[in-house]
Ligand binder design. Structure first.
Ligand code: MN
Length: 230
């Protein structure tokens, strides 16, 4: 019996760290919506008229260490969204864009998996997106590459292969809100804490996955992501 808790406390979700045996403990997961102009357009929006916005996933939706992702219930239209993930090492509120990068521990490659059909219904009815975005295993993520190894990537390829074929390809220099601006703005809404992750948005080319698909994500200079849908 645990002396302090009436139930066993939940495990701390974590990510591997490239070149390290210790892991990165995951606190909260923030996601930026429509942060590449070509993806905003493919979803039927005008990127010049809409500032990015944020939604969240639970920390325990992480899938990592090359594990499989289970195709979720109650959807026939689960989409991939390849994204660069910013791993916050030092917290703060009202962080300036000038100093924002001092708060970053490292960067990863993630998938913002989406039950597009449920998200579409929620949008239509003015309801929250949680069932579309924040389901079990909705956040596959690669190992975090520390800034000491990769610097602060602000240009270079971001790409997703499905069964070896390119499905999404963009460049980090196409981000509407770059990493410093995203951290600065997000930290006015929420006090950031060590362990927070920020999924920074997806380029064009989102589309459905099916059981058996192998997804391989990459961002220049970062540890790669691989997961199979089962
Ligand atoms: Mn996304």
């Amino acid at each position: 019996m645990n002396a302090h808790f009436v139930i066993d406390p939940p495990a701390i979700p974590s990510l591997p760290v490239a070149g390290e045996t210790r892991r990165f403990a995951v606190n909260r997961i923030y996601c930026v919506g429509r942060n590449y102009a070509d993806h905003a357009r493919e979803m039927g929006h005008d990127p010049d008229r809409e500032p990015p916005f944020f939604f969240m996933k639970p920390a325990n939706s992480i899938v990592t260490d090359g594990r499989d992702m289970a195709y979720p219930n109650l959807s026939n239209d689960v989409h991939h969204e390849i994204e660069m993930v910013v791993a916050i090492g030092k917290g703060g509120a009202n962080i300036s864009a000038d100093t924002a990068l001092d708060h970053v521990y490292g960067y990863g490659v993630g998938l913002d998996m989406t039950r597009r059909d449920l998200q579409g219904e929620a949008k239509k009815m003015g309801r929250p997106w949680d069932t579309g975005k924040a389901f079990d295993q909705s956040a596959p993520c690669a190992a975090i590459t520390p800034v000491a190894q990769c610097g602060h990537p602000n240009e270079g390829s971001i790409k997703l292969l499905v069964n070896g074929e390119v499905r999404q390809e963009g460049n980090l220099n196409q981000l509407i809100w770059n990493v410093p601006d995203t951290i600065a703005y997000l930290s006015t809404l929420f006090t950031l804490e060590p362990g927070d992750l920020i999924y920074s948005g997806t380029p064009a080319g989102v589309g459905p996955v099916k059981k058996g698909d192998v997804l391989e994500g990459s961002v220049d200079g970062l540890a790669t992501l691989k997961t199979q849908i089962v």
